[in-house]
Design a protein around this ligand. Structure first.
Ligand SMILES: Cc1cc2nc3c(=O)[nH]c(=O)nc-3n(C[C@H](O)[C@H](O)[C@H](O)COP(=O)(O)O)c2cc1C
Length: 189
């Protein structure tokens, strides 16, 4: 089985469907070669690409524009499982990003509007009242993506699956893209 299918099968739902967005750790590299990591939601898996969405004002976007590669980590502790994917990243079209915005929950849509660099400078109480005013002024279903809303797609060229067990050794299988197919190697856990 190819590793993208293995990843999709390991998740308890389909990303982007019925409000399910798996949590990922997203690692990027800055202009000085130093690593960064933060949590993002996996918006969707389409073909051989993994999508996530964010704000153009964020640090990760600056880093991805300079160095368009990323590593993603999905941890599934209830299955004693870890999946790491690494590869080149591309910015998706505005149309695709808008589509992803519209399937997010209202809470996440509001968050995208209010989590801007400018609002982070405001006192907490003011941020809360702006959120309430904004939500009231834009009833459910009327929100469109904020100007900075954008998306990225990672096309993994290496995927590593770690599997533990309750009373046995763990094992790791690493898949490396080889043209249009994958080769696999068994590694120590
Ligand atoms: C559970 C969880 C989900 C998150 N999902 C996203 C997301 O999908 N997109 C995003 O830009 N930030 C998301 N964040 C916030 C990021 O972790 C991060 O704080 C923010 O994007 C700024 O990161 P940066 O300065 O490294 O760019 C999430 C945080 C948590 C805890």
């Amino acid at each position: 089985m190819d590793p993208m299918t293995l990843l999709a099968g390991a998740l308890p739902g389909t990303p982007g469907v019925d409000g399910y967005f798996p949590v990922l750790s997203l690692a990027t590299v800055d202009a000085a070669g130093l690593p960064d990591v933060r949590t993002v939601l996996l918006s969707e898996i389409v073909g051989e690409e993994l999508y996530f969405h964010t704000d153009t004002g964020s640090r990760k976007v600056v880093q991805l524009e300079t160095t368009p590669v990323a590593a993603l980590l999905v941890t599934l502790p209830e299955q004693a499982r870890q999946i790491v994917a690494r590869g080149p990243v591309r910015r998706v079209t505005d149309e695709e990003a808008a589509r992803a915005y519209h399937v997010r929950s209202r809470y996440l849509q509001l968050l995208a509007w209010t989590n801007t660099v400018a609002s982070a400078q405001l006192p907490a109480a003011e941020r809360e009242s702006r959120w309430a005013e904004f939500a009231e002024a834009h009833p459910d279903g009327t929100l469109t993506p904020p100007a900075g809303w954008c998306g990225f797609a990672v096309r993994p060229d290496r995927m590593t699956f770690w599997q533990g067990g309750p009373d046995g050794p763990s094992h790791r299988v690493e898949y490396t893209r080889d043209g249009n197919s994958w080769t696999d190697a068994h590694l120590p856990g």
